[in-house]
Design a protein around this ligand. Structure first.
Ligand code: NAI
Length: 480
């Protein structure tokens, strides 16, 4: 088995934490119980790119328990938990000398070049006869492996890959490098891979956004299930997950007293709502920035001040971006921040903060306090602390969302994988959300663990509000 992780000897520690997590992931464990015997994913070759954490380990082992063959990379250079990666490779029945789990290509602190080299490896499956084949399903978070396939096909059609000097974007240079190498070795590889792919299930807002854009411009190559917009994903993971893991990241990184500080949360979508609540829970005085009048009004009515970044940048202590947009915190903002201000991003990509611009300020010095925590020292001696180099700080500085909330997200992932793999004909190229009855089912699977007593509708009540006793309980347009 090929794999690349930091340290296989961490597997035992990883296994213990996986077992703890399983207890907190009732949705995933129910999937194993319900579908284990039927093996609905037998024959599925799943290429996965999603933060390689303990929770993801439980997801991977659920997919394999349902019959899938899986290869996995991370979707962020800082988010891997090395003990989780090691445990997945060794597997439940393997040993350090004879790993028997799932191939993983991920470690904490990859370079960008390593990240894209490892991302490519999830496409290297072998069939029963030992022939090289590609995956037939993708499971993506942020759309990076979906991008590799689409760009690969695009370049194969055009007959060439643009040179790395065709872009200023350091990350995209690596994409071009990897694709140039692979297209040179096999000029039809990505076209073959794309033809075999039945679909992709996408985890996050930013990845979903990329998929709808592709579909709109007519370039989407296979069907996609938007897992993010299952209610039991975005209204839980994005919100309650960030409510937990944002302050966890700030605390582990800086141990600064959050109570009493002025914290600015840029964006008041699902992630912003959880982030603002997280900081307020610690006693911070929270200010929100928004561009959408509806979300701005929500923030105001939830009791936050809503201001422009320009109005508050001089006196705030903590800045968190949650927008999924780019250029939110710019050089001019860094220049006006006070000494020891803390800056971090919890949105998917690092371009929410102009890190490249920060590094170009004449005379600025980047000083590492510890991995993923840097102070940037300005020529006048002022320091600004930046977490995880502008990448997802809840995964870079802490361990991401806790198991229980990820069980909701990942149960949707498993259901989406089964849908797209077993009901391929029902999904022509397009972007879909899972049907509401499955969304309700995911929630239902998590009630017992919290001691929830769900009230049952009587037949008459169900008729009166026009629903079935067994659900779905809300029309499609209901927003929760
Ligand atoms: P969303 O679309 O619900 O919220 C984003 C909000 O930012 C919107 O309300 C939008 O109006 C606002 N916004 C956009 N441009 C802005 C600007 N210039 N200034 C102020 N506000 C602005 O998206 P969601 O679900 O909250 O996700 C946000 C990001 O977080 C995405 O990149 C997503 O992929 C990522 N994410 C990260 C997680 C993590 O664990 N770190 C978990 C889930 C999502």
């Amino acid at each position: 088995m090929d794999y690349k992780v930091a340290d296989l000897s961490l597997a035992e520690f990883g296994r213990k934490e996986i077992e703890l997590a399983e207890h907190e992931m009732p949705g995933l464990m129910a999937m194993r119980e319900r579908y284990g015997a039927d093996q609905p994913l037998r024959g599925a070759r799943i290429a996965g790119s999603l933060h390689m954490t303990i929770q993801t380990a439980v997801l991977i082992e659920t997919l394999t328990a349902l019959g899938a063959d899986v290869r996995w990379a991370t979707c962020n250079i800082f988010s891997t938990q090395d003990h989780a990666a090691a445990a997945v490779v060794v597997g439940k029945d393997g040993t350090l000398d004879a790993p028997a789990g799932t191939p993983v290509f991920a470690w904490k602190g990859e370079t960008l070049a390593e990240y894209w080299d490892e991302a490519e490896k999830v496409f290297d499956f072998t069939d029963a006869d030992g022939n090289a084949v590609g995956p037939n399903v993708l499971l993506d978070d942020g759309g990076d492996i979906t991008l590799l396939v689409h760009k690969g096909v695009e370049f194969e059609k055009a007959g060439a890959v643009p040179g790395q000097d065709s872009t200023d974007n350091e990350e995209y240079k690596e994409v071009l490098r990897v694709l140039a190498r692979s297209v040179a070795a096999d000029p039809q590889r990505w076209t073959r891979i794309a033809n075999d792919i039945k679909g992709v299930t996408e985890e996050t807002t930013t990845g979903v956004h990329r998929l709808y854009e592709r579909f709109k411009e007519g370039s989407l190559l296979f069907p996609a299930i938007n897992v993010n917009d299952s209610v039991t994903k975005s209204k839980f993971d994005n919100k309650y997950g960030c409510r937990h893991s944002l302050v966890d990241g700030i605390n582990r990184a800086t141990d600064v007293m959050i109570g009493g500080k002025v914290a600015v949360v840029c964006g008041y979508g699902d992630v912003g709502k959880g982030s603002a609540e997280s900081l307020r829970g610690q006693g911070a005085r929270v200010i929100v920035t928004e561009i959408d009048p509806i979300c701005a009004l929500q923030a105001a009515m939830d009791g936050y001040e809503v201001k422009r970044l320009d109005s508050v940048v001089d006196y705030a202590d903590i800045f968190i971006t949650t927008t999924g947009n780019f250029d939110i915190i710019k050089v001019e903002h860094f220049e006006r921040m006070k000494n020891q201000a803390i800056v971090g991003n919890i949105g998917h990509f690092d371009n929410e903060i102009d890190m490249a611009g920060l590094a170009k300020i004449p005379g600025i010095v980047k000083d590492e306090i510890k991995p993923q925590v840097h102070q940037w020292i300005f020529p006048d001696g002022k320091k600004v602390i930046v977490l995880s180099e502008g990448r997802l700080l809840n995964l870079g500085n802490a361990t991401g969302h806790p198991s229980f909330v990820m069980s909701n997200s990942f149960t949707n992932q498993v259901l989406a994988q089964i849908e797209v793999f077993t009901k391929t004909d029902q999904y022509p190229v397009g972007v879909y959300v899972l049907p509401k009855h499955l969304d309700e089912e995911v929630a239902r699977l998590h009630l017992d663990a919290l001691g929830v007593e769900l009230t049952e509708l009587s037949k008459e009540q169900a008729e009166y509000i026009g629903v079935d006793v067994a659900g779905p309980y809300k029309p499609e347009h209901y927003r929760y």
